[in-house]
Design a protein around this ligand. Structure first.
Ligand code: AN7
Length: 372
């Protein structure tokens, strides 16, 4: 009711407007740092503006002050939305009838949502039976056309590139599309803004290597514009069974529990290696067990639930610390996707206990046992 608001209520309303501004979408928020997109073509669902969360328990173990950039809080629950808003806006501006992508799941879920909003058709080519259930559900919910191939991500990407080459009405929205990288680099800007300076280390999972490329581009641009005089060291981590950048050769049959990064021939491998070299960083591998342990630690001790692949950065920092290479200063770990994307990964490691009678005694006994 007008006139009944106290000053404090007015202030909190102002904070709400501030919060809304942070989630106006990355194109509007960072317009001057992104390629030009005609206003009428912008396709946004309010991506970006994700929190940077302090992680005291992980910090104790890693020897550094660790913060989590929780990208699972984007509209489709992964970092892919940052690049997808730019790629899809361009697809609309160019008058495409459809978009296409290869995916281990998250790119497809994001493309499906943004294409739905744009009102264009979306084709997603995925490795049959290898997509986490949350992601498949998203693809179906948004009405994308899903093609399951008897082959892996690398084969799917090859097919998509060819189709997009041969059809000028279909836009390729994988991260080989430079607009994807442009959008994704905004996460680096947000990290710098939130901390008032770049961190010492940025640790993240590496699959097709678009994200490490994008972060490095963002940090370099931030430094170049004079807002910082340095940039973080880039620490990329691959799953051991899918670690072509560590091994120095492609993997024909990549395998890992972290299905998001089950990629044997990263499209942006050269850019990823450049980012590591220029920043004085590293690319290493972590085992599936280390990944799942880090995922559980994040969930059980920090209250932050990410999907397995997303825990690779934390797993990597913890591994380095165990090997005597604890990092000094501030490390930001990018948690690329939400834990609800892949419920099976947790269900397979836990179990629901047998039902008990609906009595105070039975339930009370259980609580007594846990707390004693
Ligand atoms: C949760 O969706 O490649 O190194 O097709 O979903 O930029 O590939 C997903 C990749 C990390 C790796 N974390 O990022 C796809 C896809 C999560 C991911 C990565 C992915 P890139």
């Amino acid at each position: 009711m007008p006139g009944t608001f106290s000053f404090e209520k007015g202030a909190s309303r102002f904070q709400m407007i501030e919060a809304q501004a942070a989630r106006q979408g990355v194109i509007k928020r960072y317009r001057e740092r992104l390629p030009e997109i005609p206003e009428a073509a912008i396709v946004s669902i309010g991506e970006g503006g994700t929190p940077l969360i302090e992680a005291p328990r992980i910090s104790e173990r890693a020897g550094a002050s660790v913060y989590l950039k929780f990208e699972g809080l984007n509209p489709t629950a992964s970092f892919k939305d940052r690049g997808m808003t730019v790629a899809m806006s361009r697809a609309v501006a160019d008058g495409n009838l459809a978009c296409i992508c290869a995916s281990t799941g998250n790119t497809a879920a994001s493309a499906a949502a943004y294409a739905a909003r744009a009102g264009i058709e979306c084709f997603v080519i995925v490795p049959a039976g290898k997509i986490a259930s949350g992601k498949s559900v998203q693809i179906l919910a948004h009405g994308a056309k899903i093609v399951q191939i008897e082959g892996n991500f690398d084969a799917a990407l090859k097919l998509c590139r060819r189709i997009a080459e041969e059809r000028d009405d279909v836009a390729l929205v994988n991260s080989v599309n430079p607009d994807r990288i442009e959008g994704q680099k905004t996460a680096a800007f947000e990290v710098c803004e939130a901390m008032d300076q770049p961190p010492d280390v940025l640790a993240l999972p590496v699959g097709n290597a678009g994200n490490i490329t994008a972060y490095w581009k963002g940090f370099k641009e931030w430094r170049k514009s004079g807002l910082a005089d340095r940039a973080p060291r880039m620490f990329g981590f691959q799953a051991e069974g899918a670690s072509p950048l560590v091994a120095g050769h492609d993997f024909d049959n990549p395998e890992t529990v972290a299905s998001a990064i089950r990629i044997g021939s990263p499209a942006s491998k050269e850019d990823a290696l450049t980012a590591v070299r220029e920043s004085g960083g590293l690319i290493e591998s972590v085992t599936d067990e280390e990944i799942l342990d880090a995922q559980a630690l994040l969930a059980r001790e920090e209250g932050v639930f990410c999907e397995p692949a997303s825990a690779a950065g934390v797993a990597g920092l913890l591994k380095l610390a165990r090997e005597g290479h604890g990092q000094e200063g501030i490390a930001v770990c990018v948690l690329t996707g939400h834990g609800l994307k892949d419920p099976q990964a947790v269900v397979e490691r836990s179990h629901l206990p047998e039902p008990v009678p609906a009595t105070f005694e039975a339930v009370g006994r259980y609580i007594e046992r846990v707390l004693s």
